[in-house]
Structures are given as structure tokens and as C-alpha cells.
Design a protein around this ligand. Structure first.
Ligand SMILES: [Zn+2]
Length: 343
């Protein structure tokens, strides 16, 4: 199991990144990968404070999670002989830093600025290759520094999306159990229980989760980290990614960039829970409570795209067996989407 060694959650902790790096016994210079806006907001300040505390630091600004950017980060890391990489951002910067750190053979520290998906703490990185989002296995961060003062100022849509990504554990677990029973796939009770408990916690606290509140940011980011730990225990994304993620990826194929990852996962969870014969209304209610979309129309997604995505979702990562089996017929897909009020 590859787990983070140090997880620091609190108000203002990003500015103490240097202390965390010291506690982690990280040595040498550091390369901070961050986005243009994030750099202005917090990246430069973190970099300055690292310098003040004796870490030589370089800043790389990235806009895309593309292979070329990973290669650029790897080159920069080699140039400055980086002892470790830090990703500061909502997703892209963290993905780039995470993957580049593996390629450079050094450790990686994650400083998320939003709680929008579990990539902030997982060993997987999401990369855009030829216009398609692909999940690439990388490494789990050695340290996670989740500053609730920063995360709580992220746009409210991001927090809701994060909840969608966590709630999707419900169907991911059901798919995993199914694959275990039908295909003899390796299964971990611990990973499964942790993942499910994390999702249940978010569903139960959903009415109290409010954007802009540090306490809400804390609850969601901790849940994302728990999901990440569940994946680390399993050694794969299985506990947090099943048929609902296939649906989200299928939508991204048909209508790229239409919605956030967690928003699509949330929509997918409603339908997949229905297909599993579970309590899809409970999922729908919780998503509504956190302000996440529960219908295609809310995110400007075409009904036909939803039906199409449901019929092709099983072809994405086909080795990962789920409730989608060998695919839904158009009629079944339409019926499921209508019944669950997705369309
Ligand atoms: Zn996800």
C-alpha cells in the first residue's frame, strides 16, 4: 500500500508548506507547478516562503494537463536538480506535478486549492492525450497540505463537484462487489468499507455543506483524502471509480469540457444506482442538497448525448467489469435516464 505520510488540514496551512516539507525530510530544491491564477493567489507566496525557509524554489506555470507539460516539468526538475515537486492547484497542476515527479524519480507534495475531485490525493493522474482524458497511474503524494482558508474561497461549483466524486463511491463499490462475485476480481473489504463510509458521511452531512464555509471545505477535503486512502489500500481506483465514472468519461468523449468531472460522476451515480436496484433517490437528494446538478439540462447537456453515453460507457476501460456488463440498449438507456429524471 502506498499511502501519504503526512496530511495537514487546516486554515492557513499552505503558507507553512516549508515546515511540512521539513517534517517529511524532503531535501534539495523544489519545483512548484501551479496555474496562472493560482500562482498569483497563493503559488508565488508559497514559493517565497519556501525560499525564506531555505528551500531553493522554482515556479512553473501550467494551463493544461498534457503530456508535453509533464515533459516540460520533468525537464525543469532535471535542470534545477529538484529534490521534490509540489503541485498547487485545483487539478491540472497537481496532475502534471504528480506524473512528472514519478518520471523524475522524486517525491511529490499536493497542495489542493479546491475540493473538486479525489485526484488531489490519489496515485492516479488525469491527462489529456489526443483530446481525450486518460487516467495514468503515477504515485500517491508523500504529503497533502489542504488549506481550508484557500479551499473555501474556490467557486461553489467545485465543492459540489467534489461531493459528486465522493458520492460516486456508492456505485463504484457495488460494481466492485459485482466484479468480485462474477469475475473473481480481487476485492478488499477494508478499502470497500472505507470508501462506502466516506460517501455515506457526505450524504449524511449534505444539508449542512455550504460553499464559502471553512468547515464545509474541511469535511469535503477530508472525505476526498479518505477516498484516496481507500484507493491506496486497494492499489487501484476501484473503490472510487466504477460504472458512473465510465459514464462521465463517455460524456467527455461525446461533449468534451461540458461539465466538471465530479458533476458528471454525480449524474452517473444516480443512473447506475438505479441499474443496481439501489436507492437512487437518496443519491439524487444528496446531490441536490450540495448544489450539484441532477439533470443533463442543468449543465447544458443534450439528452441524446446522455443516451449515447449510457450505451457506450461499457466500452471505456472494458476490463473493469461493472453493472453495465456488455452494454445497455438504446431503449434501456433511455428508460433509465428518464426514470431517474436525468433527462
Ligand atoms: Zn473521480
Amino acid at each position: 500500500m502506498e499511502l501519504p505520510r503526512l496530511v495537514v488540514v487546516g486554515s492557513g496551512v499552505a503558507l507553512e508548506a516549508a515546515d511540512v516539507c521539513r517534517d517529511l525530510k524532503l531535501k534539495g530544491s523544489s519545483l512548484i507547478v501551479t496555474g496562472p491564477k493560482t500562482s498569483e493567489m497563493v503559488g508565488e507566496e508559497i514559493s517565497q516562503r519556501m525560499e525564506d525557509r531555505g528551500f531553493e524554489t522554482s515556479l512553473m506555470i501550467t494551463k493544461f494537463s498534457k503530456l508535453e507539460e509533464v515533459e516540460r516539468a520533468e525537464r525543469l526538475a532535471a535542470e534545477i536538480d529538484a529534490g521534490f515537486l509540489i503541485g498547487v492547484g485545483g487539478g491540472r497542476s497537481i496532475d502534471v506535478a504528480k506524473l512528472a515527479s514519478v518520471r523524475a524519480g522524486v517525491h511529490f507534495v499536493s497542495i489542493p486549492t479546491a475540493a473538486s475531485h479525489d485526484g488531489i490525493c490519489s496515485a492516479q493522474a488525469s491527462l489529456t492525450i489526443d483530446g481525450e482524458t486518460t487516467s495514468v497511474s503515477a504515485q500517491a503524494p508523500l504529503g497533502i497540505i489542504a488549506d481550508t482558508a484557500i479551499i473555501s474561497t474556490a467557486p461553489e461549483r467545485l465543492l459540489a463537484a467534489g461531493c459528486g466524486d465522493i458520492i460516486s463511491n456508492y456505485t463504484a463499490i457495488r460494481d466492485w462487489k459485482l466484479a468480485h462475485r462474477l469475475r473473481g476480481e480481487e476485492y478488499s473489504e477494508y478499502a470497500s468499507a472505507l470508501s462506502e463510509m466516506t460517501a455515506r458521511m457526505i450524504v449524511e452531512t449534505a444539508p449542512d455543506l455550504k460553499p464559502g464555509l471553512e468547515e464545509s471545505a474541511r469535511v469535503v477535503v477530508k472525505a476526498l483524502i479518505s477516498s484516496g486512502v481507500a484507493m491506496s489500500i486497494a492499489g487501484s481506483s476501484r473503490p472510487a471509480s466504477g460504472s458512473e465514472h465510465k459514464f462521465a468519461h463517455a460524456i467527455n468523449k461525446i461533449d468534451p469540457g461540458r461539465a466538471l468531472h465530479g458533476e458528471l460522476c454525480g449524474l452517473g451515480t444516480i443512473v447506475m444506482m438505479y441499474l443496481h436496484g439501489g436507492d437512487w433517490k437518496m443519491i439524487r437528494t444528496a446531490l441536490k442538497e450540495v448544489g450539484a446538478p441532477t439533470s443533463a439540462a442543468e449543465i447544458g447537456l443534450d439528452d441524446q448525448a446522455v443516451i449515447e453515453a449510457l450505451t457506450i460507457a461499457h466500452t471505456i476501460r472494458p476490463e473493469r467489469y461493472t453493472i453495465l456488463g456488455s452494454g445497455l440498449t438504446r431503449e434501456a438507456a433511455t428508460a433509465a435516464a428518464k426514470k431517474t429524471k436525468i433527462i
